[in-house]
Design a protein around this ligand. Structure first.
Ligand code: ADP
Ligand code: ASP
Ligand code: MG
Length: 415
């Protein structure tokens, strides 16, 4: 039994959905669980809806219309019959969404976010499952919220493995073709989400609970490359990566695999394949136990929108253990993600990511205790297995603010 995950890029239009069927036909229809993300960039579009809803902006109606039209266009491209029941199912989802918006009394942004943004995955799987049925391929659509259970930490929910394991192993017929949503889950009462790009993690959860043979993530690239092809001109395919190496890469921000995906797979030694949905004959990348990296070449990972903070004591005393503990408490309280730290006698530098828009309030509270200066919009480059050339390449084109080197990893923060 194998788990497939199709991301937004693979189902961004009708042709993408048709291609998904070709991939399935090529690989075999049965004994599969297919995890699907929201179509195209729909999660971003739903985030816009949340924003306008919470701010009571007038453009809310237009934003909902944009998302509705997008899904109806794909539905139209897939179904010839305008009176097909799928149209009613799609409209029902939008009616439920409006129902939530008018009844909701909560002011909790993260709670609202999960209730709204989850419609991306609910819509995509509903349309795709219906289409697969329509062309004569039987499949079960399941609501993943009845299987993956989490705590109520909205937008970054933690999985309750025990309940999830029980649900998944007892309720799914693995001999069939099952279609379900990535990214979303439930705390028992409400919808939760597992963090942006979390569908890879959903696939790993199913694989772990069902002892799957493997997980395949279908992408618009050949596999995992040694750098982001949108940023670097020359890239090479990595054919083999060990779990450890892949965890390091994902941790440093290689967005091609979600960081939480790898640990459950490593625990059960389930291989992860990253393959091209355009070029199904190629093997792509396999993450499994074995050689660190094949070929062993420098790998570049880039994280944009970083804030580089330099923190020192107001009285110019040394930055010692208790200050550092105190600073980390601040960072934790404001959910700021730390990507790099460096300390000297008088200052403590930290490169952070403000995923939840808390930086301003964090800054207001920390500046009463410390002297803080910062650079916004910096980029963090991480080079695994760096060599002389790769370092020169980054340094010649950028204004380096901070540099840190360990045996296998070089990191630079640039402006
Ligand atoms: P999905 O639709 O599965 O969510 P994404 O669009 O999030 O896929 O990720 C695929 C994209 O990730 C690729 O098109 C590529 O531009 C980018 N990418 C960034 N880093 C890498 C890398 N190291 N290897 C391959 N692709 C990468
Ligand atoms: N649709 C979600 C996102 O865009 C989850 C995913 O694609 O993995 O973040
Ligand atoms: Mg993605």
């Amino acid at each position: 039994m194998r788990i497939f995950k199709f991301g937004g890029a693979s189902v961004k239009n009708g042709d993408g959905v048709k291609n998904l069927i070709s991939v399935l036909r090529h690989e075999g229809i049965n004994n599969k669980i297919i995890i699907i993300s929201a179509m195209g960039k729909m999660t971003n579009a739903f985030e816009e809806i949340v924003h306008s809803y919470c701010k009571k902006d007038k453009d809310l109606i237009d934003k909902i219309a944009f998302v509705r039209d997008y899904h109806l266009k794909i539905t139209n491209d897939l179904f010839d019959d305008n009176s097909h029941s799928i149209y009613m199912k799609v409209e029902q989802k939008f009616a439920q969404l409006s129902g939530f918006m008018s009844k909701n009394k909560s002011k909790d942004y993260n709670f609202i976010y999960d209730q709204i943004v989850s419609y991306g995955e609910l819509l995509s799987t509903t349309i795709i499952s219906s289409y697969i049925n329509e062309i004569g391929v039987e499949n079960d659509w399941i609501d993943v919220r009845e299987y993956i259970k989490t705590d109520a930490n909205y937008r970054d929910a933690k999985v309750n493995w025990e309940t999830t394991q029980k649900n998944i192993s007892s309720k799914i017929d693995t001999s069939k073709l099952t279609i379900t949503q990535g990214f979303i889950a439930s705390d028992g009462e409400n919808t939760t989400t597992l963090g942006r790009e979390g569908s890879d993690f959903s696939a790993a959860i199913f694989a772990y609970c069902l002892n799957a043979q493997s997980v395949t993530i279908w992408k618009d690239v050949k596999g995992v490359l040694n750098a982001d092809p949108r940023v670097f001109e020359k890239t090479e395919l990595l054919t083999q990566i060990s779990y450890r190496e892949a965890i390091e890469m994902a941790f440093y921000g290689a967005s091609v695999i979600h960081p939480k995906t790898l640990k459950p797979l490593e625990n059960k030694l389930i291989p992860l394949h990253v393959r091209s949905f355009i070029d199904v004959k190629n093997e792509g990348t396999t993450v499994q136990k074995g050689k660190d990296l094949e070929p062993k070449i420098p790998c570049f990972i880039l994280k944009k929108n970083q804030i580089l903070l330099s923190i020192s004591a107001l009285d110019f005393s040394f930055m010692v253990e208790h200050n550092i503990r105190d600073i980390f408490n601040f960072l934790h309280d404001y959910k700021l993600k730390v990507n790099l730290i460096q300390n000297s006698a008088l200052s403590f530098s930290v490169c952070i990511e403000d995923q939840f828009n808390n930086f301003n309030t964090f800054y207001d509270s920390i500046k009463s205790k410390y002297k803080v200066s910062f650079n916004e919009n910096t980029t963090l480059y991480t080079i695994r297995h760096f060599d002389e050339n790769s370092v020169t390449e980054i340094e010649k084109n950028n204004n380096v603010l901070l540099k840190q080197i360990s045996k296998e990893t070089l990191q630079v923060v640039v402006l």
